[in-house]
Design a protein around this ligand. Sequence first.
Ligand code: HSE
Length: 414
Amino acid sequence: MVNVAILGYGVVGSGVAEVIKKNSESIRQRAGTDIKVKWILDIRDFPDSPDKDVLTKNADDVFNDSEVSIVVETIGGAKIAHEFTKRALMAGKSVVTSNKELVATHGPELLQLAKEKGVSYLFEASVGGGIPIIRPLNQCLAANEINGITGILNGTTNYILTQMKKEGKSFETALKEAQQNGYAEQNPTADVEGHDTCRKIAILSSIAYNEFVDSENIYSEGITKITVDDMKYAEAIGGVIKLIAVSKKINDKIFARVSPAIVTSEHPLANVEDVFNAIVVNGDAVGDAMFYGRGAGKLPTASAVVADVIDIAKHPDSVTTGVWVRTEENNVLPVEESSTRFLVRVTAKNIADTKKNVLSIFGETEFVELHSKSKDNEFAFISGETTERDFNAKLDKLESIPDITVLNRIRIEG
Ligand code: HSE
């Protein structure tokens, strides 16, 4: 019998308790032992909960219980969750988490501590919700040098963008629905401003390139400035706007970026819709491998958490697969040095003159016509591939001309 304690009885924590109970028989067969939730720690009252017999508000019940060998941390954030994770590892208990903020911020120290204590710190659910991606990177693709990763890593923003595009819903309505469905973070700013995606690509990159990639060093832009008009222009060039995370190994540096980007219909991420996430990993031996599934929500995320619990139950001597080393210098290339093409939307008093200005400043460009009638005083163009530093300088020059306003600029991926 393996006894588990769950810290935090929110969407994911209650899902973990539900899955362990509901699938107890098949879990027993796979783990080779019974897995039981002995404690659930939460400061709130849940008088009608099916788990009320194991709920406690006293952390000592968990940490002083020598029968508890696995702690599931589903509190979120990097404060109390950090303290409790350290306390559990110090007490010789393995920890499983869905908390990407904690892994992205304190992963190196927590993995090191787990190693020293001979226990495991596993976080399959921290990226891609129910999609297996951490274990495949650590194990199934371990023979490869990873060249790059491209992904849609946030269910909430993918849901919002899909609903805006396909159902014509407003940003606010779609966000509210994502919250009601249990996809969004407690504070959805982390979703819509790209921080959640940034932490996830940092975690994947740290595994892929065997060195810690700090999310603080990754350029990150959210979806709050994306409008339905932007989506129409994307459609006019045969594309769709997604919140895309990319990371690549370039010599001894890592390039990583999170931003909205237009992907064309042939791109493998173009048809990934609603709460679904997808991750394309390019390895030198395997080529492209794609992972797809529900990226957020109670049971998909619980599915990944419980898989980690089963793995530890099967391998009680530790399944922590390595530690991440913090490099002294920033190992992430500045975004200004990367090369990209942009779709730029412009409004101006005199369209003909402004197009001439665009051609003289940007050189190689392609003007975009909307399938439906464009607004009289605006147009869009696609810049040639250039470094972001060069593009920004050119855009500043264009914007310095009186009566010209840049409405938006969106990267084109691939
Ligand atoms: N808020 C996150 C998302 C939850 O929407 O993807 C899963 O990490």
